[in-house]
Write a protein that binds this ligand. Structure first.
Ligand SMILES: O=C(O)CCC(=O)C(=O)O
Ligand SMILES: [Fe+2]
Length: 349
């Protein structure tokens, strides 16, 4: 297969429909080198029709007048509390040190059902079966990827084996910070300068992120090893893959948990023509009470403490306010997320 168009970030597409140890190693390789991978969409894991319908719903929602969306403001009681609800234009900054203004985008965060969905405005409320089904299929995919990572990291069966990570993300056992996020970037015609950015350079917070973009949607870029930005196409092999593959990336929590073995790669959304833009992200997190203790994997122990990894762990500790502490700090998943949200939204405890 040859890759399309301009030089892209070279992220591999992996078919996990027959999960073997060889497939698990491909996933581990991509997760530890790029921090990004594409999963071939077999049409069943996440039905393409549900993806289309979610985008249609998102378009309808963001068209609503501002006042209606503001009734469900992020963190408000009406929206169901912390990290749920609507984020207004410039309402958050993903790169607080590098940006004077917040990102020129809107978002709506939907948490997992507990036991039903958070209060939602119309038209989201009338589509709750679609939303719940989409969340469930996203979670299944995350669980399958986590099981492949557990397999490739050779977690001994005495410690739970390949499902070590997956069971810690089992939503039937308790709440988690997992969020489905609808994103909308209104069109902008006059960028102030060529450096205009629609979502600031950042790494994600959780374990795994699934990212959906409609065909042709440009702008996403990842920071490459040589310091340059590489575009991430929606479908790297359009002639071979009728449905775009699902983009997956490793978040800071999983990188921190694996002592940097899995890579949480910095990415951003560049201006790219300034057309109206929609995307949908599923941020998967372990259950709140899960302790981010050492992963029982010899491979992680042996991965080596290269200068690059030591630096990366220092960067992550700084973001978490853990500078100077040893590697033995075992935060819970909830503590990890709360520390990150405090920085993004300027939240106080
Ligand atoms: O909109 C996109 O394509 C990416 C958004 C993103 O990286 C994020 O919300 O974490
Ligand atoms: Fe992101």
């Amino acid at each position: 297969m040859s890759r399309s168009g301009v030089e892209d970030a070279g992220i591999p597409v992996i078919d996990i429909s027959n999960p073997s140890s060889a497939v698990a190693l491909q996933v581990l390789h991509a997760a530890s080198t790029f921090g990004f991978l594409f999963i071939k969409n077999d049409g069943m894991t996440i039905p393409p029709k549900d993806i289309e319908d979610m985008f249609e719903l998102s378009r309808e929602f963001f068209k609503l007048p501002r006042e209606l969306k503001a009734e469900y403001a992020i963190h408000s009681k009406r929206a169901g509390g912390n990290n749920r609800g609507w984020v207004s234009m410039q309402g958050e900054s993903l790169d607080p040190e590098g940006q004077k203004q917040g990102d020129p985008k809107e978002a709506f965060n939907i948490a997992e059902s507990n036991p039903s969905l958070q209060p939602l405005p119309s038209p989201l409320s009338s589509s709750s079966p679609l939303i719940s089904r989409f969340q469930a299929s996203c979670h299944t995919l995350c669980t399958n990827i986590l099981a492949l990572l557990g397999n490739a990291l050779s977690i001994p069966s005495s410690h739970g084996g390949a499902t070590w990570f997956a069971t810690r993300h089992d939503q039937t056992l308790g709440p988690s910070g997992t969020i489905l996020r609808l994103l909308y970037y209104p069109s902008t015609t006059a960028p102030k300068d060529s450096q205009s950015i629609r979502a600031g350079a950042h790494s994600d917070y959780g374990s795994l992120t699934l990212l959906f973009r409609p065909p042709g949607n440009a702008g996403l870029e990842i920071l490459k090893g040589d310091g340059s930005w590489g575009p991430v196409p929606v479908n790297p092999y359009p002639s071979a893959l009728s449905s775009p593959p699902i983009l997956v990336n490793i978040g800071d929590l999983l990188s921190f948990w694996t002592s940097g073995t899995l890579k949480s790669t910095i990415h951003r959304v560049a201006f790219a023509g300034g057309e109206e833009r929609y995307s949908i992200a599923y941020f998967c997190h372990p259950r709140d009470e899960v302790k981010l203790e050492a992963v029982p994997s010899k491979l992680i122990d042996e991965f080596g403490k290269s200068e690059e990894i030591v630096e990366e762990m220092e960067r992550q500790k700084k973001t978490l306010g853990l500078e100077g502490s040893g590697n033995g700090v075992a935060l819970t998943a909830k503590e990890h997320l709360d520390r990150r949200l405090r920085v993004t939204y300027g939240l106080k405890e």
